[in-house]
Design a protein around this ligand. Sequence first.
Ligand SMILES: C[S@@+](CC[C@H](N)C(=O)[O-])C[C@H]1O[C@@H](n2cnc3c(N)ncnc32)[C@H](O)[C@@H]1O
Length: 256
Amino acid sequence: MTGRDEYYNRSKQEGYRARSAYKLKQLDEAAGLFAPGDVVVDLGAAPGGWLQVAAEAVGDAGSVVGVDLQRIRSLDHDNVETIRGDMTEDGTADRLRDVVGAAGADAVVSDMAPNMTGEYSVDHARSIHLARQALGVARDLLSPGGDLVVKAFDGPDLADLRADMEESFEYVRSIRPDASRDSSSEVYLVAKGYLTAPVAAGDELTVEVVDQGNEGDGIARVEGFTVFVPGAEVGDRVDVRIDDVKPRFAFAERRD
Ligand SMILES: C[S@@+](CC[C@H](N)C(=O)[O-])C[C@H]1O[C@@H](n2cnc3c(N)ncnc32)[C@H](O)[C@@H]1O
């Protein structure tokens, strides 16, 4: 394996710092991660292939913050900032939070990979640990509806990681981009639609209908969060069960 495959050659021709740039392009095509103006956090960003792809996708109105243990040579893009640090240390997460600012991020992407020992169970466990750091950053920094991408090596702890991600997002997909090498056991978990709702599917509660939606549904607010209640009118106090939770609203059904 020389590494000089189709994607290696393309990255040289097209000016990307790493062939892995094409993995992020393919993940974006498959899952719609970036829009112009977005704020993106890139963990494990050196040498900068993903930074280039994200910077192009978000454009001048957006910004990208990259973090890595290694120094990242400065890029031609004005909308990229980098931090040198270890994402397993609290101090790095604090610095990242300061750079991103109060408005938060629209996407967190992590290509972090451990130094390989060659012992499968160790490499798997370390990759899951890094992916969990990225999940922590996402929970800290994402705006409602934001997306998370994490790399992990396939193995026994992947299902638990995915289940934990599913608790905080509308849905999670597992994607293996064509640009991943055939010999690699890496997968990318793509979590869409960060949920910050104070309610979860299955919750039972009593709400007061305070407004009427365009389609005639009653609208209740739980800690300021919108819950649609079909078949209820303004002024009703109703017992409901939460059916479906989206980043900015939920649907409930009446139980009475
Ligand atoms: C596969 S490379 C990333 C390639 C990058 N996506 C690109 O396109 O150029 C993985 C990176 O994760 C970084 N990394 C591993 N552990 C880290 C940690 N604890 N904190 C920050 N970066 C880490 C490594 O230094 C390495 O540069």
